[in-house]
Ligand binder design. Structure first.
Ligand code: PXG
Ligand code: PLP
Length: 448
């Protein structure tokens, strides 16, 4: 039975595992001891063997309203009964316009045009292309450089890995990186900021590294800077106080576009619809995905400043202004889910709930600081991480074993390197947060 009380269909034969090539997974080890879920509801998954697993990660940072929120499920079902698909090139359905309007309303002032994609990776590649084409449209085509940041994650497209800063995602494709990309240093220095609660007080000055890159390359060659306002995939690396403001100032001074990649930080993760609002720093482009429809149907996109959109709207009206788009840009089911999710976030006060839970999660996660091998604890909004000392010669194995311990004992967390990260849904209760942290504690103690 699932938690709705209806019987789950019983598997008729053992699941065949061989044909599926799993993404970002050690396939051979996984298939020896697979973790397979068959149902989801609210804060929980049901596994194939009938166990309940508390979801400490909102799916993969996406199911921010919990799994299968009934109003979002209903909206998708209704949409399916009305319209399955309409081509987005030279035709369009009503839901895409409605969702773009709704997103423009909640985005920071001045960002009011939305280009839809199906994922965060596509959102990032779209934003980078908009930045390059924007400068070109204004007669400034010498601005071709893109600046990312060490340890940044911007998805897996060629654009995203070029500006991204995770070596494992880049090294096999070094020959195919975009030209002219440079990187800011990351802001993670445990000698200065270990065990910071919320935003570290050290590190704001690191934004000046952008000024150095401008001196090196000259502003006239730089199109855009892309950063995650809070680095999620790298293991919840929280921006130092003042850092994002200084990036904004430097970009403005030099006519460089600032892109906030809000694929994880959007839709309540940090207590606002966008982290830009929380930090009081307005970028020129925001990329989003995941939480926009609580992970229900693939959807992403880029929200751009009015002036950027306007720069494209020149030339003869019968010509396409931007040669870019996806078959499923703004799919009706995805947009219907998005409209319902935005309503759920607002009507159920989930952003306020995230803000109220933030200090609870902060106290809980920092209670792990004296556990064995813990070298850092950090948090912001409903995101938190515990960093462990790596075992000699076995980087990431300690965290992997803690991840396995948690799953086997009833909680889903995430590990990257030797970092355990959590990002619970905005509907979590205090007691569920306690259970997740208690399992991480037990795992840390058990796994030497
Ligand atoms: N940008 C950011 C900031 C992201 O966090 C992407 C782009 C790519 O989105 P898609 O939808 O193409 O996956 C992401 C995705 C993790 C984890 O473990 C994070 C992501 C994806 C998978 C795992 O933290 N973020
Ligand atoms: N490859 C081929 C052969 C195609 O025809 C298309 C789209 O028409 C694509 C790739 C791109 O697919 P999508 O629009 O879903 O990104």
């Amino acid at each position: 039975m699932n938690t709705l009380g209806s019987p789950l269909p019983l598997p008729s034969a053992p699941l065949a595992l061989e044909s599926l090539w799993m993404p970002f997974t050690h396939n051979r080890l996984f298939k020896k001891n697979p973790r397979i879920v068959v149902a989801g509801e609210g804060m929980h998954y049901t596994t194939q063997d009938g166990r309940q697993i508390l979801d400490g990660l909102s799916g993969l940072w996406c199911c921010n309203a919990g799994h299968r929120h009934p109003l979002i499920v209903e909206a998708v079902k209704q949409q399916l009964d009305q319209l399955d698909y309409a081509p987005p090139f030279q035709t369009q359905h009503d839901r895409a316009f409605e969702l773009a309007t709704a997103l423009a309303k909640i985005a920071p002032d001045g960002l009011d045009h939305v280009f839809f994609t199906n994922s965060g990776s596509e959102a990032v590649d779209t934003a980078l292309k908009i930045a390059l084409a924007y400068h070109r449209a204004r007669g400034d085509a010498s601005r071709f450089r893109l600046i990312g940041r060490a340890r940044g994650y911007h998805g897996v497209g060629f654009g995203g890995i070029s500006v991204g800063g995770m070596v494992a995602n880049r090294k096999a494709f070094a020959s195919a990186m975009l030209p002219g990309v440079d990187h800011l240093p990351h802001t993670h220095d445990l000698s200065q900021m270990a065990f910071s609660r919320g935003m570290p007080t050290w590190g704001g000055h690191l934004a000046e590294e952008l000024e150095k890159l401008v001196q090196l390359h000259d502003a006239s060659t730089i199109a855009a800077v892309i950063v995650e306002p809070m680095q999620g995939s790298a293991g919840v690396i929280v921006p130092p106080l003042g850092y994002l403001e200084r990036l904004r100032e430097i970009c403005t001074r030099h006519g460089i576009l600032l892109i906030f990649d809000e694929v994880i930080t959007g839709f309540g993760r940090l207590g606002n619809f966008f982290a830009a609002e929380r930090f009081g720093v307005t970028p020129d482009i925001i990329t989003f995905a995941k939480g926009v429809n609580s992970g229900m149907v693939p959807l992403g996109g880029a929200i751009v400043r009015r002036e950027i959109h306007e720069a494209f709207m020149t030339g003869p009206e019968h010509l396409v202004e931007f040669f870019h788009g996806y078959t499923y840009s703004g799919h009706p089911l995805a947009c219907a889910a998005g409209l319902a999710a935005l309503k759920v976030y607002a009507d159920e006060g989930l952003l306020a709930r995230a803000r109220a839970l933030e200090p609870v999660l902060e106290d809980l996660i920092h209670s792990l600081r004296d556990e064995p091998n813990v070298i850092d604890v950090r948090n912001l909004g409903l995101a938190a991480a515990v960093e462990l000392a790596p075992r000699a010669g076995e980087v990431s194995k300690r965290a992997m074993e803690i991840f396995h311990y948690c799953f086997d004992h009833g909680a889903m967390v995430r590990y990257v390197g030797d970092i355990i990260a959590i990002g619970p849904a905005l509907i979590a209760t205090e007691s569920e947060l306690e259970q997740i942290v208690a399992l991480i504690r037990a795992g840390i103690r058990r796994v030497a």
